[in-house]
Design a protein around this ligand. Structure first.
Ligand code: NAD
Length: 456
């Protein structure tokens, strides 16, 4: 049985039966058998089904948000935000799938016709993360289903109740049960999913798990997409409104208790404003309300995973041993559940894990830099490459710096932001492939090149 724990209390809220190898193989076989009929349906049918899924999600949003808060510890207002943010993603895919999958005629000279057709991959696996289960799940299952694929969906073991809600809403909306099947369990059933004859694997999670999955997928020669972690930097130049930049970047670092793939994970501040920035940043952090995630006033909840507390403690110890100064926080909060104090560290450098490894919690390092060139060098001094941002009044200056940033997404005067219209992709240890945007629909299709010569 899989124990579902409330991270705000440490109490077990439910126990769920887990899938085993036999059940998984059965779900795979059924998905394989059901997929051709699903793909053969007119697109209008599949669009109508996903529109119904949208209606159900809207009607149930408060209950869904509460389930998310109970099992993940996400503050309730942020859980509601996630449900709201799901809707523009659904709308984007509904609007664009027809054009993306329609055939392209690239030559027609009377005797020869060349056409590119787009076919679904078949049965795809989706192994998902817990931190934004609606977002990262929907980035995969919506375009996968709309383009005619069957999906074996393994939600994170830390967001399995939400995973089951997603499955039941899709089924209620009209997706056949065998076309979308939830696989319940942890890493070992995820690894077994890779042993089925799936046609693609779409993964969201950490670099260390992603590497194992990429190795397994490489042996199978199947479509692979990896949305992995980040160590996302922000550079704050000396010409900004200091207070506004400090408040925005503090929110970028601490929203969702710092557990976003695109959380601000390190901040470089121009020496001209370093002290005033740090003071404004500290004021913003002191104003955060920490507490019961079910409370509307709470901004910082518990960590979702108890094990992450040791990671945060190790990073802080390592930084202090190497000369950093902890301005606030630094330890777990003495109350039930997995709460950790919001922590701000200065006097950091790149020998410290807190500036190099994903923190994934309410801990941020702020480092002084003397100019744009030093900021860019440090921003790029990372194995990760998910997002990077610059705060400055000058768009030209931001463009110059960001053109050199090794990241899939770049931000001017904003951070911790995802748009369904733009490709979401990571470089280096942050991943392979693209979700969202039209490219994130194409990811679930394979091309067939038609060479058609008319008879003489
Ligand atoms: P994780 O790697 O621990 O787990 C992710 C999923 O992989 C879970 O469903 C887990 O059960 C499964 N898994 C674990 N071991 C496996 C194995 N050997 N084979 C197959 N599956 C296995 O990650 P997490 O803690 O769920 O998520 C946090 C990570 O996800 C962070 O690094 C975060 O940055 C990243 N993330 C990235 C994005 C993005 O879009 N780039 C979005 C959200 C989260």
């Amino acid at each position: 049985m899989l124990k579902i724990t409330n991270p705000a209390t440490g109490a077990t809220v439910r126990e769920l039966p887990e899938d085993d190898a036999t059940l998984l193989a059965e779900k795979y076989r059924r998905a394989r058998d059901a997929q051709p009929e699903w793909a053969a349906r007119p697109l209008a049918d599949r669009l109508a089904v996903i529109r119904r899924f949208r209606e159900i999600a809207v009607a149930r949003s408060e209950a869904l948000a509460r389930t998310l808060t109970v099992e993940v510890g996400k503050p309730i207002t942020q859980a509601r935000n996630e449900l709201k943010g799901l809707l523009p993603r659904i709308d984007f895919f509904l609007e664009h799938v027809a054009a993306v999958r329609s055939p392209d005629v690239v030559l027609d000279d009377g005797s020869m016709r060349e056409t590119i057709a787009h076919e679904p991959l078949g049965v795809v696996g989706n192994i998902s993360a817990w931190n934004y289960p609606y977002f990262v799940g929907a980035n995969v299952f919506l375009p996968a289903l709309l383009t005619g694929n069957a999906v074996l969906y393994k939600p994170s073991e830390f967001a399995s109740l939400t995973g089951l809600e997603i499955a039941s809403m899709l089924h209620e909306a009209g997706v056949p049960r065998d076309v979308f099947a939830a696989i319940i369990g942890g890493g070992s059933i995820g690894a077994q999913l890779l042993e089925q004859s799936i046609n693609g694997i779409f993964f969201t999670g950490s670099y260390s798990t992603g590497k194992k999955i990429a190795e397994a997928a490489g042996r199978k020669m199947i479509r692979l997409q990896m949305e992995l972690g980040g160590k996302d930097p922000i550079y704050v130049a000396e010409d900004v409104d200091v207070r506004a930049a400090a408040e925005a970047t503090a929110d970028g670092a601490f929203y969702n208790t710092g557990q976003s793939c695109c959380s601000v994970e390190r901040i470089y501040v121009h020496s001209g404003i370093f002290d005033t920035f740090v003071e404004a940043f500290m004021n913003a952090v002191k104003a955060f309300v920490i507490g019961d995630p079910m409370d509307d006033q709470t901004y910082l909840g518990p960590l979702t995973r108890q094990a992450q507390i040791a990671v945060l403690e190790d990073q802080i110890l390592d930084a202090v041993a190497k000369g950093a100064k902890v301005l606030c926080g630094g330890k777990r909060i003495d109350r039930p559940g997995f709460f950790f104090e919001p922590t701000v560290i200065v006097h950091t450098n790149h020998s410290m894990a807190v500036m190099r490894e994903e923190t994934f919690g309410p801990v941020i390092g702020i480092q002084q830099v003397s100019d744009d060139a030093e900021a860019l060098r440090l921003m790029n001094d990372s194995a990760y490459g998910l997002t990077a941002g610059v705060y400055t009044r000058s768009q030209e200056r931001a463009r110059r710096i960001l053109a050199g940033a090794n990241a899939g997404s770049v931000y001017w005067n904003c951070c911790d932001r995802v748009s369904p219209r733009l490709p979401w992709s990571g470089r280096g240890h942050s991943g392979i492939g693209v979700t969202l945007s039209k490219q994130g629909i194409l990811a679930f299709l394979q091309p067939k090149a038609w060479h058609l010569r008319a008879p003489r």
